[in-house]
Design a protein around this ligand. Structure first.
Ligand SMILES: Cc1cc2nc3c(=O)[nH]c(=O)nc-3n(C[C@H](O)[C@H](O)[C@H](O)COP(=O)(O)OP(=O)(O)OC[C@H]3O[C@@H](n4cnc5c(N)ncnc54)[C@H](O)[C@@H]3O)c2cc1C
Length: 410
């Protein structure tokens, strides 16, 4: 950066200093914050003491405002490329901080590999998994959840229930509306404009050889591309050559990600509902335009590209019931505070929540950790009522994973 723009030197030095400071961020993963003792809380505050001052300034500044301070257009572009520009800039320092500190990486075999490892661990402990059943409602009797009814007509009884679906879907579809609390009401009903979300269109291409001129990740400049009547100046390009399992030998998988916002989600959703054929055509036109930009930028791709898939925010909603088609949680803007939800529902003691919407800005690590917290909260609140019989769990290990669908254990 200094070589590129010596006149930005003071700002670049300050940027690097801030990234170093944010390396001190402690991500709480061992147990929920409310289970921390006073001493543990004090230790946490002490460990992050250097961040406090910087955070007071930069949590209130948007990335766009911060980027404007730099003179060189490429540095401004680089700073604004990763997050939507309405994000506060401290989120950016945090991401660079944990990345340069070696505390952020890609899981081996991608998300699928990670899921398979979790499933295998769960099953090895006697856990039973039933996929492909869409929950329709949680049945409540006398302020206690007693069972879940699924779309296929099955009802499964339970002592405790952890709802790990999208929070908006959970609170508006699976539970009676009375369980919506202040956190949810503020974000989904009262002031959604204060809690913006974002999403993406993802285009996947197969290349019939192993690419040599494309960097692992870079910004792809686009020309003449529009979605929802808005110009799309650039996208993120990524290849997966480092993952041998992602594509057949001597071929390459490319991903192009275009950032989208809540109004774009409405656009795609409306298009899909009104005229499915038009929706498909629009995806095809987009893929063609992006393929042309790719080929223009990297001549080695000429006549070598095949479109594999185009996923829009409407796809996220269709597959995951995702609120506004978002794949991350609420954005951290300069105007909202980072508040987390404790995963409990008032008046329903045997139901717990998990998922990225409890801890903005979401993402995989946040989602995973809320699952762990849900179990810890359940154990904390109910251990005295019903101690867990670990010997029976051990005995079950190694038994077939999927039992008779009608006789799922509680
Ligand atoms: C292309 C892409 C790239 C990403 N890259 C990153 C990244 O690099 N780093 C990162 O941290 N995050 C990344 N993310 C975001 C990450 O995937 C999410 O933050 C994470 O998956 C959220 O987890 P979750 O458990 O809260 O929700 P989900 O993963 O959406 O899980 C909820 C599950 O509930 C299911 N469900 C919904 N309704 C019902 C119902 N009624 N009954 C039964 N099941 C239901 C859904 O099908 C879904 O499987 C990326 C996402 C995408 C799409």
């Amino acid at each position: 950066m200094l070589r590129l723009s010596p006149e930005d030197a003071p700002r670049i030095e300050e940027f690097i200093r801030l990234v170093r400071i944010y390396r001190d961020t402690v991500i709480i993963t061992d147990k929920p914050f409310e289970q921390y003792s006073l001493w543990e809380k004090a230790q946490l505050i002490y460990a992050m003491r250097h961040i406090g001052k910087a955070h007071r300034t930069y949590a209130k500044m948007s990335i766009a405002q911060y980027a404007e301070q730099f003179r060189h257009p490429l540095i401004r572009k680089f700073l604004q490329a990763y997050f939507p520009v309405h994000y506060n800039v401290s989120s950016l320092f945090f991401v660079f901080g944990i990345f340069t500190d070696g505390n952020a990486d890609l899981p081996a075999d991608g998300s699928r590999g990670m899921v398979e490892r979790m499933v295998s661990r769960y099953q090895s402990l006697g856990g039973v998994l039933q996929t492909g059943w869409e929950a329709e409602r949680v049945n409540i009797v006398n302020h206690k959840a007693v069972s879940v009814t699924f779309r296929n007509g099955q009802t499964v009884e339970a002592d405790y229930i952890i709802l790990a679906c999208d929070l908006h879907h959970t609170i508006t579809r699976l539970l009676p509306v009375g369980y919506m609390d202040k956190y949810m009401y503020e974000r989904f009903i009262a002031h959604p404009e204060k809690y913006p979300t974002y999403s993406s269109v993802n285009l996947y291409f197969a290349v019939n050889h192993r690419t040599t001129t494309i960097p692992e990740a870079r910004i792809l400049d686009l020309t003449g591309l529009h979605i929802n009547d808005k110009p799309i100046p650039y996208a993120f390009l990524k290849h997966f050559n480092y993952e041998p399992s992602f594509a057949p030998a001597d071929t390459t998988l490319l991903q192009v990600l275009i950032t989208q916002y809540a109004d774009d989600f409405q656009y795609w959703q409306q298009l899909r509902t009104d005229n499915y054929q038009n929706y498909r055509t629009e995806k095809g036109v987009l893929a063609q335009a992006v393929a042309e930009c790719l080929t223009r930028t990297f001549p080695e791709l000429q006549d070598c590209l095949t479109v594999l898939d185009v996923c829009t925010p409407a796809t996220n909603s269709r597959f995951c019931n995702a609120y506004q088609g978002a794949y991350m949680s609420f954005s951290l803007t300069p105007y909202n505070k980072k508040v987390t939800h404790d995963g409990r529902l008032r008046g329903l003691r045997n139901v717990y929540l998990a998922g990225q919407w409890l801890q903005a800005p979401g993402g995989l690590p946040n989602a995973a950790v809320t699952g762990k917290f849900a179990v810890q909260r359940l154990l904390h609140d109910h251990t005295m009522e019903r101690p867990i019989d670990r010997t029976s769990l051990k005995k079950q290990a190694g038994t077939p994973a999927i039992p008779d669908k009608k006789k799922l254990p509680d």
